[in-house]
Ligand binder design. Structure first.
Ligand SMILES: C[S@@+](CC[C@H](N)C(=O)[O-])C[C@H]1O[C@@H](n2cnc3c(N)ncnc32)[C@H](O)[C@@H]1O
Length: 235
């Protein structure tokens, strides 16, 4: 099982229930939630990136909305997942209050995030990997004051300040051996390149580093992993 299946599993989706994917992006968590057999998945994101087949799926309702003003009625959702969203939010507390409002009493929320500082890349140049990663975790795309590359390890703080009861805490690191366009490792490496981009010398070395990752992937020696943290919350 990978990250998306893990969070869907923790959400314990009951057949015929109503689920909520918060910051759905292209819909990878939405797909994992659908596999558990809910009646409906609300897929919410401020952008419009949801894959076309999910937009056409009668079990999916897509909403363009902010995570602190959800267009859903009080108590209308059985289970919600917020995966890799909080690093983008200026006010995580407002997000969790909204999730609490739309969940039914007894409902489950899974608050999950990768902890980017734990990212592992197989590279010929460990020192450069460290340098690039340090820069990346200090430059995760910023939209709010809470943005940082250590988001996973801080989830419990957000949970403790929310109206939820913490039920359990989980962590894992999925191994990824692909490094082609669209792969998880590629996406993270793209962020690392962007973070190095405003320093010309480092940007050139980062481009060489990515070439090295490509070579490793071609010979089957590439590995990427990052620790994900998930907190299961009960209303
Ligand atoms: C890193 S992606 C995660 C997507 C998905 N949850 C996943 O794990 O594949 C972050 C998503 O958060 C969305 N987002 C950022 N700020 C948001 C906000 N204030 N309200 C709703 N969505 C937001 C972005 O549009 C993006 O799709």
């Amino acid at each position: 099982m990978g990250r998306f299946e893990n969070v869907a599993d923790l959400a314990a989706i009951a057949p015929e229930s109503v689920a909520l994917d918060l910051a759905c992006g292209q819909g990878r968590t939405t797909r994992a939630l659908l596999a558990a057999g809910p009646r409906l998945v609300h897929a919410v994101d401020v952008g419009a990136a949801l894959d076309d087949d999910l937009l056409l799926d009668p079990r999916v309702r897509a909403h363009i909305a902010e995570l602190d003003t959800l267009p859903l009625a009080d108590g209308s959702v059985d289970a919600a997942v917020s995966l890799n969203a909080v690093e983008h939010l200026a006010d995580v507390g407002a997000h969790l209050h909204e999730v609490h409002r739309v969940l039914r009493p007894g409902g489950t929320a899974v608050l999950a995030h990768s902890d980017w500082d734990t990212a592992l890349f197989t590279s010929d140049d460990d020192a450069l990997t460290r340098e690039l990663l340090d820069r990346f975790v200090a430059h995760v795309p910023a939209r709010g004051a809470s943005t940082d590359g250590f988001a996973g390890r801080k989830l419990l703080r957000h949970a403790a300040a929310s109206p939820f009861t913490v039920e359990s805490v989980h962590s894992w690191a999925d191994p990824h051996r692909r490094f082609d366009e669209g792969s998880v490792a590629w996406k993270v490496a793209t962020g690392i390149l962007a973070a190095a981009g405003d320093e010309p010398g480092l940007a050139a070395r980062a481009a060489g580093w990515v070439e090295g990752l490509r070579r490793a992937a071609r010979t089957g020696t590439f590995l990427f992993a990052v620790t994900d943290v998930a907190v299961v919350l009960r209303k």
